[in-house]
Write a protein that binds this ligand. Structure first.
Ligand code: ZN
Length: 401
């Protein structure tokens, strides 16, 4: 069994709350970390580091868990740079541009879609994202949704069926028929390649009754629930997600007190080091607000109510064409008043919670050896030095890239 020691770590973010400084980040100084068989085998003081077959000298840099991007749409064709330019010139975002990408995606070959997914997956990995969730939702036919998920499943185990992204143009005047298609043949074709089901519950997309029906059909087939909720205005999406036991409700830009209370009510208090968490995570996607020039979600209100918060990119060609978790961390700190520690936690452990995973987003024995060595002495630099490529090296399943 080959072993690899990451040695001489100046600041190790473990996300083991109560096991060091930095609150939930569980920071250790002058640390080392041993990897065996793709897993963390040992974490401790560099002075006590065991012998290993190979060694990486972190040279005093910060090391943290790989980013967990729990919300991305990577299976599509074409781009919408023109729409972005028009928006920056004053046109509002409505979500209607999704249909433009649907047309391009349907017309693309499997090879073209696969090349885009792999290019974006590699781009994210270079920026420290070791786990990425990938949604369908630009096919919106039985065959195109199934192939989108088949291609997504080649690069990620966290795949999400989003046949209910928008009602496609050919069903515009008969949405009930489209919901029937999504719940029936489309779901059955997609489910073998999907772990999750998601619905865009928003005015102009799917109303709460349609969304509930679709999510319930997915649950009956064993898929976990996620919801695009309360992005463009207030609505019932967040409370629907809580009602159905969703792992995550995503966007959460327009919340009422009842929405926040509903999320907080899912809190699972325990004797664990971080004192528990909410079972439905609020996943915030500040890249979307940035790219649509919209008001940011009120992260402080959620954190003060002790709701578990995750950060993700929402990488998609329309409303947030970034794969950069460091960019989202910087936005969360500058624009959403999260502390750097809260933002780093949300981009790692928070994302893991949003995917109901306890083997990632944390660096402790038996966790996946997914980690980032920064070109910086502290996690603070991720927000302090925005736009600067600070990812020196990524290890994925214990393998240095
Ligand atoms: Zn999305």
């Amino acid at each position: 069994m080959s072993s690899l020691l990451v040695d001489n770590i100046g600041e190790l973010v473990t996300n083991e709350a109560g096991r060091g400084e930095g609150g939930p980040l569980g920071i250790r100084r002058r640390a080392a970390l041993l990897i065996e068989e793709g897993e963390v085998a040992w974490v401790g003081s560099a002075a006590d580091a065991p012998a290993a077959d190979r060694r990486i000298d972190a040279d005093g840099a910060a090391v943290l868990p790989g980013f967990v991007d729990s919300h991305a749409h990577l299976v599509f064709a074409g781009d919408r740079a023109g729409e972005f330019a028009a928006r920056m010139a004053g046109q509002p975002y409505t979500g209607g541009g999704i249909r433009t990408t649907v047309r391009a995606t349907r017309a693309a070959s499997d090879g073209e879609l696969r090349a885009t997914v792999r290019r974006l997956r590699a781009e994210a990995l270079r920026q420290g994202t070791t786990t990425i969730e990938i949604k369908s939702g630009y096919g919106l036919t039985v065959a195109d949704e199934a192939r989108s998920l088949r291609i997504a499943a080649e690069v990620s185990t966290e795949t999400t069926f989003l046949g209910a992204h928008v009602v496609p143009a050919e069903y515009a005047d008969r949405p009930d028929d489209y919901v029937g298609l999504v719940c029936g043949p489309m779901l059955h074709a997609a489910a073998p390649y999907a772990k999750w089901i998601d619905v865009f519950c928003e005015r102009g997309a799917f109303d709460v009754d349609h969304a509930r029906a679709i999510l319930a059909c997915g649950q009956a087939l064993g898929l976990g629930v996620r919801v695009h909720a309360n992005q463009l205005g207030p609505g019932p999406g967040v409370r629907l997600g809580v009602e159905l036991g969703a792992a995550s409700v995503d966007h959460c830009t327009h919340l009422t007190d009842a929405d926040v209370d509903a999320l907080a009510s899912t809190r699972f208090d325990c004797m664990c080091a971080d004192g528990g968490h909410t079972t439905t995570v609020a996943t915030l996607l500040p890249g979307a607000e940035f790219s649509t020039r919209s008001p940011y979600p009120d992260a402080r209100r959620l954190l003060d109510a002790r709701v578990t918060v995750a950060l993700a990119t929402d990488c998609n060609p329309g409303s947030s064409y970034t794969s950069s978790m460091p960019f989202c961390i910087a936005l969360a700190v500058r624009e959403m008043r999260m502390t750097p520690a809260e933002a780093v936690w949300a981009a790692t452990a928070g994302g893991a919670r949003a995917l109901r995973r306890d083997d990632i987003g944390v660096l402790r024995p038996r966790a996946r050896a997914d980690l980032i060595i920064l070109d910086a002495p502290s996690h603070l630099h991720l927000a302090y030095r925005p736009g600067v490529p600070l990812i020196r090296q990524v290890l994925h399943n214990g393998v240095p890239l």
